[in-house]
Design a binder for this molecule. Sequence first.
Ligand SMILES: *[C@@H]1O[C@H](CO)[C@@H](O)[C@H](O)[C@H]1NC(C)=O
Ligand SMILES: [Zn+2]
Length: 218
Amino acid sequence: MNLRFHVFFGQLLWIISVLNGKTVEGIPGYGRNLIIKALPAIEDYQSNVYEVIMEPYLYDPRSYGLQAIAYLKADQDSGVTGELVFRQVVPNGPVVIEGNVTGLSAGLHGLHIHQSGAVNENCQDIGPHFIAYYGRHGGPRDNIRHVGDLGNIKAEEETLNVKIIDHLISLAGPRSVVGRSIAISKSEDDYGRSSTEDSALTGTSGPSIACGVIGYLN
Ligand SMILES: *[C@@H]1O[C@H](CO)[C@@H](O)[C@H](O)[C@H]1NC(C)=O
Ligand SMILES: [Zn+2]
């Protein structure tokens, strides 16, 4: 394996290398590039993380990568419902979330992936934000954030059309959100900027008012 070049991609360092063809001849995927994605260490926080995939990942170029869906149901009497579709063309690549949410009060509301998909008891048992590698709550563009920290959505009219592109969640691998839940919170997420314990855990975004399990569409 010889390292060809590396490119900075937001906070993520990609290292692209090429397989030694002789040892893998005859194996599906022969001649494909091996991509090593490195999430750099954060002092006193975590060590480096490396993820390895082969590219191109999709053997059938007509398929549209991975897709998942979440139907948001109201917690108790919040009246908030919605439907969000997740799409990821390349594993480890960005995830596009598109869909709609109705019944939100005007203003900002936090949007987070939660650890658990146990949505039976309204949204009470879905656990904390999905942390994966990172330990502290943050905003979607922060270097240190929970993987599940998708920031705020802003409701203005009865129905809010959502479109979010996130570079840290994934639909496969250790950062996969499939099987977990997505929830909208009552209040605005302060991205951990207030110096309270709650801010460092949830962004002071209050209880979840709607949630749904994320499941594969294809
Ligand atoms: C949004 O809402 C409409 C219903 O008003 C629905 O038909 C549509 O499929 C929804 N979902 C997405 C992902 O846009
Ligand atoms: Zn968080």
